[in-house]
Design a binder for this molecule. Structure first.
Ligand code: GRF
Length: 187
């Protein structure tokens, strides 16, 4: 049985999709959810699903204590599902090819610091792109620049706005993220 740790800052719809998908499988479970926001929706999901969770501040996040806590779960994967802080270098080094992130655009375009949520979709629309999509990639020391594992695309229609694009992107994410996790763990 693989242990997965999810880091998330927001609503947690991706976390929920992963949790639901794994419920019907027996190869992995979510051992811990980490959030940097005490009012994040993902913490309500954790409570409802009886998954242990912790809220971190910057100091704890960069501490040895936190690194040890993560190590103690012996995670096969650390999944960033809408997590807005950069991962400390020590953690990146301790878990090579075991930390993955999902980005709501087709990297390497529209990535980097500050490119999250609607900022990404607004930039895609402003650039008049005809398609967008999702990128699931390994995490390294630089925002949104680790090796790409999977990308999936969607059309950007003439009358598209950031909300409708966000909805399409979430749809792709909820379909592909759990399956990519399964793929990685079963290799
Ligand atoms: C997703 O669109 C993901 O790509 C981005 O943050 C969003 C998180 O959404 N990194 P949710 O909290 O999973 O609903």
């Amino acid at each position: 049985m693989h242990n997965i740790i999810i880091f998330a800052s927001g609503k947690g719809s991706n976390a929920a999709a992963i949790i639901d998908y794994l419920k019907e499988k027996s190869f992995a479970s979510i051992a811990l959810i980490v959030s940097n926001k005490k009012d994040a929706g993902v913490l309500d999901i954790a409570a409802k699903e009886n998954i242990p969770s912790i809220v971190v501040d910057k100091e704890l996040f960069h501490s040895q204590e936190f690194a040890q806590k993560i190590q103690s779960f012996n995670p096969s994967l650390i999944v960033l599902a809408g997590f807005l802080w950069k991962i400390p270098e020590g953690l990146v080094k301790a878990f090579p090819l075991k930390i993955i992130n999902i980005h709501p655009a087709l990297l390497p375009e529209f990535g980097g610091k500050g490119m999250y949520g609607h900022h990404v979709h607004d930039a895609v629309l402003k650039a008049d792109k005809k398609e967008s999509g999702i990128t699931i990639h390994f995490v390294n020391e630089i925002y949104d620049s680790g090796d790409i594992i999977v990308q999936a695309r969607c059309k950007v229609e003439e009358q598209e706005d950031a909300n409708s694009l966000a909805e399409k992107i979430h749809h792709l994410e909820h379909f592909f993220f759990p399956k990519t996790i399964e793929f990685l763990l079963k290799q």
